[in-house]
Design a protein around this ligand. Structure first.
Ligand code: UDP
Length: 482
């Protein structure tokens, strides 16, 4: 184990514990950086190394971390007899986390007991260790405030609903919030009899044990769920801890590889708002048949694009979760014949991983075809880029609905009844609609307005900054834990 150094008891020292996966590591790392740079904390970033993807390892061992932020690598554990490739993703994460965190108490003691422990939603073993060591434990909830409200309501549903949630005759009425359609329910709760549900629910049901919940959102983006969580009697009755929306916390700095620099130079040559950027999230994949249809639709649309491609998988929509970034696939093996040659000059195919924020913030990026993970959604809104919603896994279907139907910055492609893929005509239609249609103009103008709102929330005098400052002050005022 790499224990960077231990801290004396009078230092302002916090520990941040993310669960595996870039969608968790990235926002918690940004949070840790803010604690160091803006609030004078020293932070131990406790890294679960077992089965970490190349992208995760590269990110955490880059040289650009501020001094005062130390990555503490937990020793890899041998989980080979406990996990396999057929396991559903949260089940596998659950096992890895369980095994990796057996030494958490020892590590925190060796580090000199932090003043606060901030944990990811899938690392709730942290609550037990916090209790044992008298360290207050906060939750950093990586999805939206709307999904936080849903999660707080989930134990009630689990108690009251018989059978499967997806068979409910009506949308789920989350107190004080927009109802959630059963087709938008996340994968992890579609079968309550499997191990994935057991692991998933085992973690999320503990959310109220936190001393406070940090939310990666801002007041003007999600006023309804934030008001509900704070004021609706349901959340008071279940003793919901205080929630702190801490503004859109997205990557401030991103290492740009040589390959990405080449593509960014290509972007420099293109007209404003003319390029569609396509990324399937941190671990997402399409089926082989969908990749073919998608490529044809994109080509037919005649629009400029940058497409991050991954080897297709018919077995899982999140097939690259544990190995993203290390994928040395050859796109020619699964794209339509001569696709790359035919679209040369108009489109670029990037393998596996790209510096997403660097591409999104470029003035020529005029659309983002995204799986609607919450971080990607925030990044897109922060840079005012309208979205084609292509949810793949987790709570992304609900995010897509919120972005398209409530916030109005996204459009959803439509799949014919009984179809297993979106056809090329539909892809062509939706790409043209966003990039050159009248409807696209309306969506783009909403996205640009939202960008202003995000910028206001990012202003360091904003209320999000204040709410984090208040919590940090409380930690600083704590006498050293006993
Ligand atoms: N990301 C990236 N390059 C890629 C794919 C993803 O930098 O090629 C980053 C993206 O910017 C975001 C994170 O990975 O910060 C993905 O998080 P999100 O919550 O959107 O999706 P998930 O992790 O659930 O797939």
């Amino acid at each position: 184990m790499v224990l960077a150094e231990s801290y004396s008891l009078n230092e302002h020292h916090g520990a941040v514990l993310p669960s595996p996966g870039m969608g968790h590591i990235i926002p918690l790392l940004e949070f840790a950086k803010r604690l160091v740079v803006h609030h004078g904390f020293r932070v131990s970033f406790v890294n679960i190394t077992t089965e970490a993807s190349t992208a995760q390892t590269d990110l955490l061992h880059s040289t650009s971390l501020p001094s005062g932020l130390h990555v503490v690598d937990l020793p890899p554990t041998d989980v080979s007899s406990l996990v396999n490739d057929e396991m559903l993703i949260v089940h596998r994460i659950g096992v890895i986390v369980e095994e990796s965190l057996k030494c958490l108490d020892t590590v925190l003691i060796q580090l000199g007991k932090p003043k606060a422990l901030i944990i990811d939603v899938f690392c709730t073993q942290g609550f037990d260790v916090g209790k044992q060591l008298s360290i207050p434990v906060y939750s950093f909830f990586t999805p939206s405030a709307a999904f936080c409200a849903f999660t707080l309501y989930h134990p009630t549903m689990d108690r009251e609903v018989e059978g499967e949630f997806i068979d409910l005759p009506e949308p789920v009425k989350v107190p004080g919030c927009s109802p959630v359609r059963t087709e938008d329910l996340l994968d992890q709760i579609r079968n309550r009899k499997n191990d994935e549900y057991r692991y998933y629910f085992g973690h999320v049901r503990r959310l109220c044990e936190a001393s406070g919940i940090f939310l990666n959102t801002w007041e003007d983006l999600e006023p309804v769920p934030l008001k509900a969580i704070r004021e609706n009697p349901f959340y008071q009755k279940i003793l919901t801890p205080p929630v702190y929306p801490i503004r859109p916390l997205i990557k401030e700095h991103e290492e740009v590889t040589k390959v990405d620099a080449k593509y960014l130079a290509w972007l420099d040559q293109q007209p404003e708002d003319s390029v569609l950027f396509i990324v399937p999230g941190s671990g997402g994949t399409m089926t082989a048949a969908q990749v073919i249809e998608f490529a044809w639709g994109l080509e037919l649309s005649q629009q400029r694009f940058i497409w991050v491609v991954r080897k297709p998988s018919d077995a899982s929509a999140s097939a690259t979760f544990f190995n993203v970034g290390g994928d040395v696939n050859d796109p020619k093996a699964y794209l339509p014949e001569n696709f790359v040659e035919r679209t040369r000059g108009r489109g670029v195919v990037v393998r596996s991983w790209a510096s997403q924020v660097a591409f999104l913030r470029h003035r020529v990026t005029g659309g983002f075809l995204s799986h609607c993970g919450w971080n990607s959604s925030l990044e897109s809104m922060t840079y005012g880029v309208p979205i084609i919603a292509w949810p793949l896994y987790a709570e992304q279907r609900a995010n897509a609905t919120m972005l398209a139907e409530e916030i109005g910055v996204a459009v959803k492609p439509v799949r014919g009844d009984g179809d297993t893929v979106f056809g090329r005509e539909e892809i062509e239609r939706v790409v043209r609609l966003l990039m050159e249609g009248e409807e696209g103009k309306v969506i783009r103008s909403k996205a640009k307005k939202l960008q202003e709102s995000a910028a206001k929330a990012l202003d360091s005098g904003g209320c999000s900054y204040e709410s984090l400052s208040r919590v940090v002050k409380r930690w600083k005022d704590l006498s050293a834990p006993i």
